[in-house]
Design a protein around this ligand. Structure first.
Ligand SMILES: [Zn+2]
Ligand SMILES: [Zn+2]
Length: 263
């Protein structure tokens, strides 16, 4: 678990996770120290560390919460997964520019590792392109759309905005660019925002998509998107990036359907 900074939309599930893990151990009759007792591993940005480290230890959910500074402290999660914190540029309640983004290195037994980047919340900064260089998948947080004045000036103060996402996409040129964190006010214009970005996408970028709870990416055997139709959920059908056609459902969320389920 990684907490990148301390805005509510990035932290409010933490207590639910702690509660869930507590119930898991209770149901298994697992006491602290027993083999079956499950702890979670937490990587925390400085602001998140000052807020949650004691809570995580006290609840026995995580006896050693780990501090993460952007640009330092690369962590080995397992033999195949490594996580590197990226320095973000974002102000939350207790910190300024100590937020972190992430690059996950997913190693296969043979061949090149797959790099997945997540900006989390950050304003635009020239260092971001370098920090995310080489990412095959990049998830960039939009925040909201700039006003004309902001577009002509330095952009948004605390988020990438459309220009920031566009610039980063052009420089990093990931195979798959995913735009995340659309502001509430953009519910109806999300598909249009993605359409405009696709029109001007970088040469090496095969696909640009919007992130929400219906988006699942297949990472094995070349990148793909998994069909989100309920009857495809048990045994997900892969949709090749070139064939992905997002639509918007009545709830305002994106839909990704395989050829069997697209109308
Ligand atoms: Zn934030
Ligand atoms: Zn399907």
């Amino acid at each position: 678990m990684v907490v990148t900074h301390c805005h509510l939309d990035h932290t409010r599930d933490l207590e639910a996770l702690v509660d869930l893990n507590y119930r898991f151990n209770e149901n298994n009759n697992a006491r602290p120290g027993a083999d079956a007792f499950r702890e979670l591993r937490f990587f925390l940005s400085p602001a998140a560390h000052s807020k949650y480290a004691e809570y995580l230890k006290h609840t026995r959910c995580c006896s050693q919460p780990e501090l993460m500074y952007g640009g330092k402290d690369k962590k080995q999660v397992s033999f195949h997964i490594e996580v590197r914190p990226v320095r973000g540029f974002h102000k939350d309640i207790t910190s300024e520019d100590e937020a972190i983004g992430l690059v996950l290195t997913l190693k296969k037994d043979g061949g090149e590792p797959l790099l997945v980047g997540l900006t989390s919340d950050s304003r635009s900064d020239p260092s971001l392109a370098e920090q995310f260089a080489g990412c095959h998948v990049l998830i960039a947080h939009l925040g909201t759309i700039e006003t004309a004045k902001e577009l002509l000036g330095n952009g948004l103060k605390n988020h990438l905005g459309l220009k920031g996402c566009f610039d980063l996409g052009q420089k990093v040129q990931p195979k798959l660019l995913i735009i995340g964190e659309f502001g509430e006010e953009l519910l109806e214009s999300r598909l249009e925002i993605i359409r405009v970005m696709v029109e001007y996408k970088a040469e090496n970028t095969a696909c640009i998509l919007g992130a929400d709870s219906n988006l699942a990416i297949g990472l094995g055997g070349g990148l793909s998107v998994l069909c989100c139709h309920p009857s495809c959920k048990q045994l997900p059908t892969k949709i090749l990036l070139k064939d992905v056609m997002p639509t918007i459902g009545e709830d305002g969320l994106f839909r990704y359907y395989c050829s069997k389920h697209s109308i």
